[in-house]
Design a protein around this ligand. Structure first.
Ligand code: PLP
Length: 441
């Protein structure tokens, strides 16, 4: 049995209430947070004796669930050798090996890894790289294009790219302008998908036509817009998008912070779609959820534009913990687990189980737009409002927590994004509860 190491449950709660500021939380009205004491596999153990099945992989990070001993051991071993070292003038084994290993699995000449700390900074780096790439080439390109609803993180550049997500109204004055084109969100049996894709590509054409030779980059969450409500598009659309971007001579950025590391069923969404972007942002699952780490991977041709005798051509950007050795060691251990046949067959099994259970729900009157990509299953719940303010979201969350399930609807969108170690019995239990809760809504 687990219990707090130092203070009592009530003392810890009081300290948290007095001193901690939680993200995305209105502390004035929120219930006290659940005190997590431990985790094993897909389960989180709380201080009040309750257990929660983590069906959102703790903000989409924990590929292999919680407490994986192989990753924990890799971090411990690395900590005994080298815990952190300045990454200018120095390098280290885990950083070099992880960069080589990830780039080997990416298409084309996506060969250069720039390390940073989280998804937002990976995106920030991609935008700054795009900007300086054109500058180094002697071109002035200052137009950026993003997809309506897209979310790319909470730092200023990432907020600018994600301004249409609706999360950032308070900071509008801090953001730089980014053009937005429609995202052709689709779902099972959607008769209008091709028309939506054509409209999105037409809108993109218009931006290119209005700003010839001035579009620096187009950024997209490939296959699935996560925070927008697990909005999915077809691989065909991404291939058409790549063609348009190539015709315009612009850069294509794939934000794979959420889709990377087999979430879509393939190791990367770009592989599934058959597209080679110029820059890819990776984080979340990179360390299997153990430590914050991210990568912006660039095509070799982009890296080459930063070479020369002049320091100002170099990318003068970095963070204190760039390529932290513990994070890189966790990344290598997580990849070992991910690439093993056992994990790959679990991923396929989760997708198959999602498909069967989603199909059972399709005919329910309050379920619409069922959709599936890899290990992510999603649906819209009708009758309780739409969008972020939908009152049905918090209601569902509370009902699931009551049943020991950690599910956090995005507005009226209910989705399951389980760790790959989730067993068939656990996943069926979750889907049974979803059916149950939706029946009583
Ligand atoms: N990009 C995408 C697609 C994301 O889903 C997120 C986070 O949800 C981010 C970027 C930002 O990542 P982080 O929260 O690690 O900064």
């Amino acid at each position: 049995t687990l219990s707090p190491k130092t203070l009592s449950y009530d003392e810890l709660r009081a300290l948290d209430a007095r001193h901690v500021w939680h993200p995305f939380t209105q502390a004035g009205t929120a219930k006290p947070p659940i005190l997590a004491l431990g985790g094993r596999g897909a389960t989180i153990y709380a201080a009040d004796g309750r257990e929660y099945l983590d069906l959102v992989s703790s903000w989409w990070c924990n590929l292999h669930g919680h407490g994986n001993p192989a990753i924990a051991q890799a971090i411990a071993d690395q900590a005994m050798r080298l815990e952190q070292v300045i990454f200018a003038d120095f390098t280290h084994e885990p950083a070099a090996r992880l960069a080589a290993r990830v780039t080997r699995r990416l298409p084309g000449d996506l060969d250069r890894v720039f390390y940073s700390d989280d998804g937002s900074t990976a995106v920030e780096v991609s935008l700054k790289l795009a900007h300086q790439y054109w500058r180094n080439k002697g071109q002035h390109r200052d137009v950026y294009v993003a997809f309506e609803g897209g979310y790319h993180g909470d730092t200023a550049g990432a907020m600018s790219a994600g301004h249409s997500s609706g999360y950032f109204e308070q900071w509008r004055e801090m953001l730089f302008p980014v053009k937005t084109v429609p995202f052709p969100a689709t779902w099972d049996d959607d008769p209008e998908v091709e028309a939506k894709e054509a409209a999105a590509l037409d809108a993109l054409d218009l931006v290119f036509a209005c700003h010839p030779d001035h579009v620096s980059a187009v950024i997209v969450e490939p296959l699935i817009q996560g925070a927008a409500g697990m909005r999915m598009c077809r691989p065909e659309f991404l291939r058409a998008l790549e063609l348009k971007v190539r015709e315009a001579g612009s850069l294509l950025i794939f934000d794979e912070v959420m889709t990377g590391f087999s979430r879509t069923g393939d190791l990367f969404a770009c592989v599934k779609a058959g597209v080679t972007p110029d820059l890819i942002c990776l984080s979340k699952g990179l360390t299997g959820g153990f430590l914050p780490l991210s990568m912006t991977v660039a095509r070799e041709a982009i890296f080459q534009e930063f070479l020369g005798q002049d320091l100002s051509r170099a990318f003068l950007h970095g963070h204190s913990y760039t390529a932290n050795p513990l994070g890189c060691a966790a990344g290598l251990a997580s990849l070992d687990l991910l690439e093993a046949a056992e994990c790959q067959s679990r991923i396929q099994a989760i997708e198959a189980l999602h498909r069967a259970r989603l199909d059972r729900l399709k005919s329910r009157p309050n379920v619409a737009r069922t959709r599936l990509c890899g290990t992510i299953a999603a649906m819209d719940i009708s009758g309780g409002g739409v969008g972020y303010a939908a009152e049905v979201g918090p209601k569902l969350k509370a009902a699931f927590l009551e049943r020991g399930l950690l599910l956090r609807p995005l507005g009226n969108v209910l989705y399951l994004l389980p760790p790959y170690c989730t067993t068939e019995a656990e996943l069926n239990r979750a889907w049974d509860a979803v059916e149950d809760v939706l029946a009583t809504l």
